[in-house]
Design a protein around this ligand. Structure first.
Ligand code: TYM
Length: 345
């Protein structure tokens, strides 16, 4: 029997009939297992249960990435990853943010409802500035574009990692402010979206125990393999408790990663070995390496096949974009109407 956890532990939300799932991923580098367990796994679990719109947010990536080839390559990478991991294009929409340029129009309308001071307090914005990124206007306004992404499809449920909580909070405020400003009280245009954040994977730790993030250089890539993967797993930071001594699994980073892959019984077995002593961090790392290989092995192969067929990927994105755009355009007609933006065509 497989020891790998592949289904969602939390029940999916209620009010399924009216739920529209939306989420986005930046093509700003290689996807890592933090992206997967924090968000993409939930995207895949939900995409056959509800109408779902998932976009590759290349406009957002432009806030930090100014390299044409890298952006194009990363974009294909993200799309191929979704397909390899099980996204079924007949069930939901996967597309490029830039194939729905109406999101930038909606973002512009939202800018007029958001105090600059609020944006300047953004945790993610401040963290990026602290890291030395240029505080360009795109970076400051990032959460407003994200709100447009969510609201333009009538999104009501947004599966993300915990680092996105504040952005979803801002989206909720913007939706409320828009409804209050422009819509009759009994006929709001935008639903107020809820974040969907699973506690056990809200912040996946990286090799050094800090949040796994491309910008910290502490990631395990979704499709890392062979020696490179082994080197990373073996470099996971642990304390220096000797092999024979009992260890506390809840204090250990390797064990934290193991819990992502192993089912409850396997987790308990390994936790018991930690506590008993005679089980070293090297053993735990080996176990983790095996789990990663088993979990992602098939997807890796599909990923490499897909990356060799960029036209196929682009066809899927094109079709997803057409559907996404049709939905967005319908929304924008109503937005224009309630705000008083005349249209003459
Ligand atoms: P991005 O590309 O930075 O991250 C994609 C998703 O991965 C999650 N994530 C993590 N979850 C748990 N542990 C980690 N270490 C970890 N690292 C990343 C993120 O929370 C995210 O869900 N702003 C979004 C992109 C976006 C978006 C949207 C999301 C743009 N528009 C509309 C939802 C709806 C972001 O930063 O993605």
């Amino acid at each position: 029997m497989s020891t790998l956890a592949t289904t969602l532990e939390s029940p999916t939300p209620e009010s399924a009939a009216t739920t529209t799932v939306v989420s986005g991923v930046q093509p700003s580098g290689e996807l890592h297992i933090g992206n997967y367990f924090g968000a993409i796994r939930q995207h895949l679990a939900l995409h056959s249960q509800h109408p779902a719109y998932y976009f590759i947010v290349n406009y957002h990536a432009l806030t930090t990435l100014h390299d044409r080839e890298a952006l194009r390559q990363n974009t294909l990478h993200v799309a191929a990853a979704y397909l390899a991991l099980g996204f079924d294009p007949s069930k939901a929409h996967l597309f490029l943010q830039s194939d729905v340029p109406e999101v930038t129009e909606l973002a512009w309308i939202f800018y007029n409802l958001v105090p600059v001071s609020r944006l300047e307090l953004g945790v993610s914005y401040k963290e990026k500035i602290d890291r030395g990124l240029t505080p360009n206007a795109g970076l400051l306004n990032y959460p407003v574009l994200q709100a447009a992404d969510i609201l333009i499809y009538g999104g009501s449920l947004v599966p993300v990692g915990a680092d996105q909580r504040q952005h979803i909070e801002m989206t909720r405020d913007i939706a409320q402010r828009f409804n209050h400003t422009f819509c009759p009280e009994d006929d709001p245009l935008f639903p107020i979206p809820e974040p969907y954040i699973l506690d056990n994977v809200a912040i996946v730790p990286g090799l050094d125990g800090k949040k796994m993030s491309k910008s910290y250089g502490n990631t395990i890539g979704l499709f890392d393999e062979g020696k490179a993967l082994k080197k990373k797993v073996m470099s996971i930071v642990t304390d220096s408790t000797p092999l024979e001594a009992p260890k506390d699994p809840d204090e250990d980073n390797v064990f934290a990663l193991i819990t992502l892959f192993a089912d409850k019984a396997k987790q308990e077995e390994i936790a018991a070995a930690y506590r008993a002593g005679g089980y070293g961090y090297g053993h735990a790392k080996k176990a983790l390496l095996g789990m990663i290989n088993t979990y992602f092995g098939d997807a890796r192969e599909r990923y490499h096949d897909l990356m060799a067929r960029p036209d196929y990927i682009l066809d899927i994105l094109r079709e997803g974009g057409e559907n996404g755009r049709a939905q967005a355009q319908q929304f924008m007609e109503r937005v224009r109407e309630v705000t008083g933006l005349l249209t003459t065509y």
